[in-house]
Write a protein that binds this ligand. Structure first.
Ligand SMILES: O=C(O)CCC(=O)C(=O)O
Ligand SMILES: [Fe+2]
Length: 366
């Protein structure tokens, strides 16, 4: 489509008036407007420094062999635990291989996720986002009503644990999502055992103290449509996740970047691996040793990207603080707080950083 016709110019100017709170889906907005430029209120990468990428570091993103963690052989197990601890400490993001979740399940959930986002806006309106405590919510950007810059993303966010909620359409999606939700929780549970061991705690210490077995799981299905000016907008701003561990798979299209020692690094997962990152509650439990990692989602102008994200946290009613065993030898860096309270604070922050953590940090230097 030619981009120099006056008609399209007018369209661009018109488009610049659009706010994410006026549209219910960036996907349908893009498809119905045939944009060649993006509205200016989607410009978030203004400073060229924000676009710099340290691609040479990508090859150092740790890969954890899950079969080492589940091994009965103490030597293999010990090696797995040690590598896991190092990955949490040095990167806060790693790939997991030999995790046992069937590729076909991930592919099937991915296909259904596309179908969900592809439904006409009216069909999804019953799920429209009505606030963070709503179990099923669907929308665009991040916080359309309060943010000044919008993000090129549609989302479906569902509380899939302790109670399993899910949209009843498209047919068959709910059943697949249930299986995916439970399998990812099992992987996360095992990782939390290994992480506890790497901190010198009993394997079940984090699971017990956080009430993980009745813990919160939020399943987010992110869809990032192709963006005509991918260097100007973001799919998701830099943020950390509120839970203990987040698990992510994607439809083969890259876009995730991790912040490593102040530099942005593209995450290009090896085939058949899951991506896992540390969340705020793990930073608290580990008393700052395993920091929650900043990450963001970039865009491209060709392919639709889908990421399936499960954020796995403590039980809402649990008061979470640094593990008492760690406080035998060190001062607490965080005050304890009920997870639900933390979740609500974190969801209200600007999101473009880790400012939720400032509410519970004791020592500002930490
Ligand atoms: O899509 C991605 O790569 C990142 C998504 C993410 O960080 C999230 O949903 O919290
Ligand atoms: Fe995230």
């Amino acid at each position: 489509m030619a981009s120099s016709t006056p008609v399209l110019c007018i369209q661009s100017v018109e488009a610049s008036k659009d706010h994410a709170y006026d549209i219910s889906s960036i996907k349908s907005f893009v498809e119905s407007n045939g944009l060649s430029t993006i509205p200016s209120n989607y410009h978030s990468l203004i400073d060229p420094l924000d676009r710099e990428v340290a691609d040479e570091l990508g090859a150092f993103i740790p890969v954890i062999d899950f079969s080492f963690l589940t091994s009965d052989d103490p030597q293999f197990h010990g090696k797995g635990v040690q590598e896991l601890g190092r990955a949490c400490e040095e990167w806060g993001l790693f790939m997991v291989k030999n995790h046992g979740i069937q590729e076909s399940l991930i592919e099937d959930v991915m296909k259904m996720s596309y179908k969900f986002h592809d439904m006409p806006v009216e069909e999804k309106s019953e799920f429209a986002d009505k606030g963070v405590s709503t179990p099923i919510r669907c929308g665009t950007s991040f916080s359309p009503k309060v943010e000044s810059v919008h993000y090129w993303r549609d989302y479906l966010k569902v509380m899939t644990h302790p109670e399993f909620n899910f949209p009843h359409k498209p047919a068959g999606y709910k059943e697949l999502a249930f299986e995916y939700s439970r399998k990812t929780r099992a992987v996360v549970r095992k990782l939390l055992e290994g992480i506890a061991e790497s901190l010198g705690l009993q394997p079940n210490a984090i699971i017990e103290s956080t009430g993980f077995d009745s813990g919160l799981q939020i399943f987010a299905v992110n869809l990032y449509p192709p963006c005509p000016q991918p260097d100007l907008a973001l799919g998701m701003p830099p943020h950390s996740d509120h839970g203990l561990l987040t698990l992510l798979t994607q439809n083969g299209i890259g876009g995730l970047q991790v912040n490593h020692k102040g530099k942005w690094v593209n995450v290009n997962p090896l085939p058949h691996t899951l991506i896992v990152n540390t969340g705020d509650q793990l930073e608290v439990v580990s008393n700052g040793r395993y920091r929650s990692v900043l990450h963001r989602a970039m865009l491209n102008n060709k392919d639709t990207r889908i990421s399936l994200v499960t954020v796995n946290g403590p039980a809402f009613e649990k008061v979470i603080g640094p593990a008492p065993e760690l406080l035998e030898k060190e001062e607490p860096f965080f005050r304890s707080m009920n997870y639900k309270e933390y979740f609500e604070i974190q969801q209200k922050t600007s999101f473009a950083d880790k400012s939720g953590m400032n509410q519970i940090r004791i020592n500002a230097q930490n």
